[in-house]
Structure formats: C-alpha cells, structure tokens
Write a protein that binds this ligand. Sequence first.
Ligand SMILES: Cc1cc2nc3c(=O)[nH]c(=O)nc-3n(C[C@H](O)[C@H](O)[C@H](O)COP(=O)(O)OP(=O)(O)OC[C@H]3O[C@@H](n4cnc5c(N)ncnc54)[C@H](O)[C@@H]3O)c2cc1C
Length: 362
Amino acid sequence: MREPFFSDKKILVIDQSEKKQNDRTWCFWEKQTGLFEPVVHHRWERIHFFSDEFSSALHLAPYQYKMIRGIDFYSYVKTESAKHPNIEWRTEKIKAITNNHNKAIVETETAIFTSEYVFNSILFKEISGAKKAKYLLLQHFKGFSIQTKEPCFDDSIATFMDFRISQQYGTAFMYVLPTSSTTALIEYTLFTEKLLQKEAYETVLREYISSGLSVPDYEIVHEEFGVIPMTNKRFPLQDGRIVYMGVAGGQVKASSGYAFQFIQKRTEQIIQSMLTKGNPFTRRSFADRKCQLYDSVLLNVLSKNKMKGDKIFTRIFQHNPPERILQFLDNESSLYNDMQIMRSVPSNIFLPAAFYELIRSI
Ligand SMILES: Cc1cc2nc3c(=O)[nH]c(=O)nc-3n(C[C@H](O)[C@H](O)[C@H](O)COP(=O)(O)OP(=O)(O)OC[C@H]3O[C@@H](n4cnc5c(N)ncnc54)[C@H](O)[C@@H]3O)c2cc1C
C-alpha cells in the first residue's frame, strides 16, 4: 500500500556522516516483532532490578527487551533503501534549513536544495530550556563492551537498573547487558545537571566490573559515550514545511531518556498522515500531553531534589508488575494504570509537584 504512494517521490537523505561507525547501542522493549527485527543483536525476556532496599528478577512477558547495535541498524537501513531507486544518499554537512513560501530549503556546504518537505533530525541549537522553571537534566552514560576469558554472565537476563552504586553525583545506576557468557555491555548512567570528568566514568565502571560483578579479567572491546537531554521543554513538531524528528522533535521521553521507540512511533504517525491526509503534519494527542505532564512532575521532583531517583524507581519496581511499568514508560498506559504507578510514590512529594506542573501547563 505504501509503495505506490512514496515511490513516485524523490527522497534525498543528507547526513554529514557515512554512518559507518558503531557509535551507539539501542535498547528498547516491544511486544511484537518489530520493523528492525532482522538486526536485533540480542533479546532478554527477564531483567534484574537492584537497589539497596529492593531487588528482583522480573519476567517481562509480553515484552522483550531488545538490543540493536548502531552499525547493524545503519547498514540495514542503507541496504533496504538501496532497493528503492527514488532514494538517494549524500554525505554533506547541512548549514541551514529554512522555509521559503511553500517550500523547504536545505543549504549544505556545496549546494542548495528545494523540497516539498524536509524531515529534520538536526538539533542546530543547544537545548537551553532550563530557564523559566523548565527543567533540563542530562542523561549521560559511558559504556564498556567487555570480553571475559571465563564464562561470567547469564545472557538470558539483563540488568535494567542497578542502583547499588554511589549516588553522590545524583541519580546513578548501571545497566548490564550480557550478549553471551563471555560478553556484555556495561553502562554507567547518570541523571544530573552536569557531566562528570572523563576519568570519573571509567573509575566507577572498572570498580563495578571488578567488585560489583566479580569479573577480574576482561578486555574492553568497545566503548561508547552519550548524552541525552531530559527536559520538559516543548519542541515544535513542525514549522512550515520543516517536520522535526528524533531528539530535535522532542522524541526523548523526558523522564527516562529512552527515545528509540518514540522515534519509530512518530515516524509511523508521519507516514500515516501522508497516506491519509497527503501531508506529514501531526498534532500532539491528549495522551501525549498527559504523559508530558507526568514527565514534568518527575523532572520537578528530581531537579529540586525532593526525592532521590533511586528511591523513586525502587518504589515503582517494588509495587508494580513490569508490564505496567513498561506500558507507563511507553506513554501507553491507561489512566487506571497511571494511578497504580502514582500510588507507589509518596503523595506528599508528588501531589504538590503534580499540582504545580498542571497549573503551569495550562
Ligand atoms: C550513545 C547513545 C546511546 C543511546 N542509547 C539509547 C537506547 O539504548 N535506547 C533509546 O531509546 N535511546 C537511546 N539513545 C537516544 C536516541 O535513541 C538516540 O540519540 C537516537 O540516535 C536519536 O536519533 P536522532 O535521529 O534524533 O539523532 P541521531 O541518531 O544523532 O541522528 C542525527 C543525524 O544528523 C546528522 N547530522 C547532525 N548534524 C548535521 C549537519 N549539520 N549536517 C548533516 N548531518 C548532520 C548526524 O550525523 C546524525 O546521523 C542513545 C543515544 C546515544 C547518543
């Protein structure tokens, strides 16, 4: 059904990078077989949650937690798109994207392109939404992919959050994502206002691997570092003929930093809009606005240090089944389920924050 509609359109993909580096690893959960199933590198049906007050191994059904390596994703998308002669890739740096009457204009270092629409995932300006009572925390993380000599891991279970590490800088936890008995990605993640010194991430990671995981002998085969904005700043979905996508389109879940599935959902919405209305313009639904409010409440509590992140997530995991939590984090839960999640956190802290954010959002 989509083929005839899009095959008559000339699609130009411009990226300054050839996307040949394995620059990130995506993890996300989904119930069904997804669009990127052929490049899922590993999947888990169980996860560990650890904190000082509560620890558990949780069955995710009907969800699976999946991992896709950036390099596999880029190769797959390029191979698939090469099957469509109307899609062309150019490696160029874009200087500006603007509107001119009913056209979008893309200016690169060597050329100017005019198009019916531009789908933009470049964040040209730094996010500075922390002013005027908007919140901006950074989710920053450093990951080591390690190879051990002896079998050390159970690759049927991932560690979703291990809060049993120092919380001195702010909310901090470890992911442990084993892909075999001798390989795992271990990621040190923080939600704070400022980044740490480079060495600080590595010191904590090394200490956790040797003491927390009791892995004495290993080789680091790959490293990754990332910073994701956690903000309740409102990003425009579109401006004239420019349609924003990805981080630039506000597709990062402000309270979790997860973005991969939100980006896929937004892309699907845009395609549906093209097919049904003939244009890519979408609006925020009531559910989107409701979940933005929830995110603002959590950012309010974390930014103003009203309750520590490890304590909040511990309460949520202690009192709710994983399916409910994942639905909630996916912005897909019912009001009833939302209430159940809210009942697990202290109302004397969260209710005033919710009231404040509700008034501010009107
Ligand atoms: C290391 C890392 C790990 C992550 N892990 C997860 C995860 O596990 N789960 C999850 O849900 N989310 C994760 N995220 C968050 C989010 O899913 C990713 O950031 C995702 O790649 C965002 O997609 P995007 O299209 O907005 O940006 P990008 O993927 O960064 O794409 C933007 C593109 O624009 C190009 N570009 C930038 N400037 C220019 C320019 N001037 N001219 C031309 N091209 C330009 C870049 O080369 C890039 O290809 C992670 C992010 C990072 C950084």
